[in-house]
Design a protein around this ligand. Structure first.
Ligand code: GTP
Ligand code: MG
Length: 137
């Protein structure tokens, strides 16, 4: 499929990396279909990350993701989900390849600058969490 969903996380927006990250996304060949600057409540962050609710870091993740502004976006490109995960690099920036967004902008496994959907199905679910069909261009 050809779409994925991303968030620029609060660590990156607060350090002023929003523009640099969007620039890398566009230069990698992704088209922006929808984008918004917003801030999640704890309840919204908890709902978005519900799949991780049994993981030991869930509380930390929800606190972090509601700690500051985020940028949510739907992106289009052939092979979008896999190509975007390649562009952002490993979850832990210490293990991320050179030139990836997380290698360049992330500080730790928790505060890792960006989210990228892990499947076509989740990309559609996550995109719908933030955007209606009328907001996709
Ligand atoms: P996303 O694109 O954000 O979903 O990251 P991912 O798919 O590379 O990782 P995963 O879905 O396994 O984990 C979701 C998010 O939980 C990560 O991006 C981190 O922000 C956070 N996370 C994962 N592992 C840890 C951890 O060990 N400690 C903390 N504090 N946060 C973690
Ligand atoms: Mg994930």
């Amino acid at each position: 499929n050809n779409r994925t969903f991303t968030m620029i996380k609060p660590d990156a927006t607060q350090k002023g990396h929003t523009g640099g990250i969007i620039d890398m996304i566009i230069k990698a060949g992704f088209t922006i279909k929808a984008m918004k600057w917003t801030k999640l409540t704890k309840e919204q962050a908890g709902a978005f990350y519900e799949v991780h609710k049994e993981r030991p870091f869930y509380g930390e993740l929800v606190n972090f993701m509601s700690s500051g502004p985020i940028v949510a976006a739907v992106l289009e490109k052939e092979n979008a989900v896999a190509d975007f995960r390649k562009l952002i690099g490993a979850t832990d920036p210490a293990k991320a390849d050179e030139g990836t967004i997380r290698k360049l902008f992330a500080a730790s496994v928790g505060e890792n600058a960006v989210h990228g959907s892990d499947s076509d199905e989740n990309a559609a679910i996550e995109g719908s969490f933030f955007f209606s069909g009328l907001e996709l261009f």
